[in-house]
Ligand binder design. Sequence first.
Ligand SMILES: Nc1nc2c(ncn2[C@@H]2O[C@H](COP(=O)(O)OP(=O)(O)O)[C@@H](O)[C@H]2O)c(=O)[nH]1
Ligand SMILES: [Mg+2]
Length: 468
Amino acid sequence: MIDTIVAAATPPGRGGIAIVRVSGPAAPQIAVGLMGKLPPARVATAATFRDDGTADGTGEPIDAGIALYFPAPHSYTGEHVLELHGHGSPVLVETLIGRVLALGARRAQPGEFTQRAYLNGKLDLAQAEAVADLIDAASEAAARAARRSLAGEFSTRVRDLSQALGELRVLVEAAIDFADEQLDVLSDQSLQVRLGAASAQLAALTAAGRQGRLLTEGMTVVIAGRPNAGKSSLLNRLAGHDAAIVTATPGTTRDVLRERIVIDGMPLQVLDTAGLRRATDEIEAEGIRRARAAMAVADRILFVIDAVADPAAAAYLEQRALLPDGVPVTLVFNKIDQVAATRETAAAGGGEALAGGAAVAGASDVASLRISALTGEGFDALAEHLKSCMGFDPGATGALSARARHLEALARVDACLAAAARLLAAHDAPELVAEELRRAQLALGEIVGNESSDELLGRIFARFCIGK
Ligand SMILES: Nc1nc2c(ncn2[C@@H]2O[C@H](COP(=O)(O)OP(=O)(O)O)[C@@H](O)[C@H]2O)c(=O)[nH]1
Ligand SMILES: [Mg+2]
């Protein structure tokens, strides 16, 4: 038995109009209990919302406003929905909700209307998520990306890709069933071509989703490095205020600090962490453990080096093996204001000081920048670097709002397709190729939330009416 839910659809506070929304099978009888009649379907109807005794018209009026009734299945949730538009007073809203509860509804959980829309097939999972992204959009570009995903563009492209992979599977499964002709089918160039096309489709989808994710969730950048390198100073300058405590005492930062900043419309979550070294106490050890956990899920690590104390980036070379795999690193040589001074002193003394960031032995694969968190030098280049390495394009028009979970699923699809391509190239084991394709489809199904393998098998048999 599905229950009936109620909640205010407008934000709390005073305003011109407040809307209370009711969804579920009891919505019609609640309408009658409240107004003495059920408003005609989809027609804005003036009504008085009354307390007890409505049926005989004696109930005390709570408010007068507009009622809208959307009979199932033609509503947002797919259930009977009743919208009550009243005066925007928090007291009236609460009284009205209280009355609806007395008439048999219960309070809705967060997101429950959209959850019901999903369960009733009004939206798929990615679209349901786009509803939240649209509401949360912090910029016009983010709203545009969410709108496109909500309209189903992202889901459609996921399904198209899934279908392409399904067709490929059909061909590969055929090779398994006809073992004698296996080589012929597998060596068919068209398989390779189709797989290549699917990979290209995936790459375009991932790129659109990445832009959208950058617009909605922003990327996460973790600042790491030795104690006293200037990590907290870097965070403070990026944030534009003193978010973190900066002192000359190593080991000052113990917990992970998060700041949200925006660079040219790209939201950024910047995390400052405890310096990486052998901890001197339990709190610092926990801080370092948290620093490593934060790095593991970062989009990029800014590894801060004290360019004066450590011009050859020994701190990085020492930590390199301990950094999480697959998270790109930028070496940030800090305190260059001091380097210049040191260099002058050294030059005066006839020597040559090492200018940090010139080249780091054995670390040619990482980007490196030179900044001064004290003076702000190099921060424009840092901002440009962050935008370009994240692939953020403020003018991008094809962005589709996507979540980390979608991109993670797309990454798994990519791995499966790469594996399938390798197997195919080796003219080997069609079962394994089919398995990779199946796993790729399952990952895609997770995004929209409704791909079942039974459905897929059904499609295979429907296409391959094998009468041989
Ligand atoms: N000269 C100079 N000093 C800096 C710079 N950045 C940080 N410092 C100093 O270095 C010390 C450690 O800075 P802090 O941000 O707390 O480093 P953290 O331990 O890595 O977080 C403080 O005394 C800062 O004032 C810089 O760019 N130039
Ligand atoms: Mg610090």
